[in-house]
Write a protein that binds this ligand. Structure first.
Ligand code: TXA
Ligand code: MG
Length: 339
């Protein structure tokens, strides 16, 4: 398939118009959002949604997030809308928060991965918002990576994965947040954080009261256990190279890594840190700035592979605040390998 590449920087309206025509024709469009790039199609059209799964090579039991322009989308897609959902929407939308509720029958089961719930998000990126409006339908959109790879946060990484696999890709520049939206479910009580993101656990608790942190956020799924969020059972965000997270300060890092470092290995440090060994170094951002670490993480993971590393040792970031999202993605990318 020929993939039409369109920039939102040149003629925003013309690019959105063309992309929306593909959506209405049941095709898939690469779409920028403030978190990561997504692969969008009409969420209410099962055939269009199937094409997303094919383009990504995604397992069909892994449900998609449906993107809308305001809280009216909750009423369109969800069986009932509790006050808690409206409070969240008022405080955090448009922005990087996804809310899960029981779905209406209008949401096809391919979109919800066979579940009776639906994940709804209202993005703030002007390109995403214009595309949803112009298409006139809610857009199902997972991250625009091939299944298993780190999510793309720049146009060129989407093209790398999706050129020839989708009808069109919109260039909306680099993503601001860099990790995917926070996912909270209100389909059960108390509310449960399934995936951390830029909207933090404490911000959610401010609005909702008690919010349970799902065990799978920081731990590998136990064998035989059911995943609250199907996405958590798959190997995720992984570079091809082996990744090991090293806990403690730079001194402990040096001591721990020295005896095992091999030819072809590299490391991920915080900005300003002097490499303790002569090998390729990648910088994740300042140690005390999780937002910057989140913004860079997926690009750096892809750079490890571009550099052909066989293994990378990574200094462990803080798990506090937005750091919870950084650690969730990093630990999964590392297959929960720690030293
Ligand atoms: O920031 C984002 O959310 C990006 C951009 C493109 O908007 N989208 C995204 O979608 O990250 P995706 O498909 O890569 O991740 C969706 C996650 C998966 O882990 C999936 O299992 C979970 O949300 N999910 C979706 N619907 C669900 C549901 N009904 N119940 C439980 N988990 C659900
Ligand atoms: Mg994804």
């Amino acid at each position: 398939m020929d993939t039409l590449l369109l920039s939102l920087k040149d003629d925003f309206d013309a690019a959105v118009d063309k992309a929306a025509r593909f959506i209405r024709a049941g095709e898939v469009v690469g779409m920028p959002t403030e978190t990561v790039y997504g692969l969008a199609a009409n969420a209410l059209d099962p055939d269009a949604v199937k094409k997303i799964f094919e383009a990504k090579g995604r397992p069909s039991d892994n449900p998609l997030i449906v993107h809308v322009t305001d809280e009216s989308g909750l009423f369109e897609l969800c069986r009932s809308v509790p006050t808690a959902a409206l409070k969240l929407a008022e405080r955090f939308w448009p922005g990087p928060l996804t809310i899960i509720l029981k779905k209406k029958d209008a949401v096809p089961s391919v979109t919800s991965g066979g579940l009776d719930t639906v994940a709804v998000r209202c993005p703030s990126h002007p390109g995403a918002r214009a595309l949803i409006k112009k298409s006139g339908v809610p857009l199902a959109a997972p991250s625009a990576n091939l299944s298993g790879k780190p999510s793309p946060t720049t146009f060129s990484r989407v093209v790398e994965d999706m050129d020839g696999r989708v009808a069109c890709i919109l260039d909306g520049g680099d993503c601001d947040v860099g990790v995917e939206s926070t996912v909270v479910t209100l389909a059960s009580f108390p509310p449960r954080l399934l995936r951390p993101g830029a909207v933090t656990l404490s911000e959610l608790s401010d609005v909702l009261g008690e919010v349970v942190l799902d065990r799978a956020v920081l731990n590998p799924l136990e064998e035989g256990a059911a995943a609250a969020s199907p996405g958590m059972k798959y190997r995720h965000y992984s570079p091809a190279c082996r990744l090991t997270v090293v806990r403690g300060d730079l001194g402990r890092f040096a001591q721990t890594v020295a005896p095992v470092l091999a030819e072809g290995d590299g490391m991920m440090l915080f900005d300003g840190e002097d490499p303790p060994f002569p090998c390729p170094v990648f910088y994740l951002g300042p140690e005390n700035d999780p937002a910057e670490q989140g913004k860079r993480l997926f690009s750096v993971l892809r750079e490890l592979d571009d550099a052909g590393l066989s293994r990378a040792f990574c200094r462990a970031p803080s798990e506090q605040g937005f750091g919870l999202a950084v650690c969730n993605r990093l630990y999964r990318a590392a297959g929960f390998e720690f030293m």
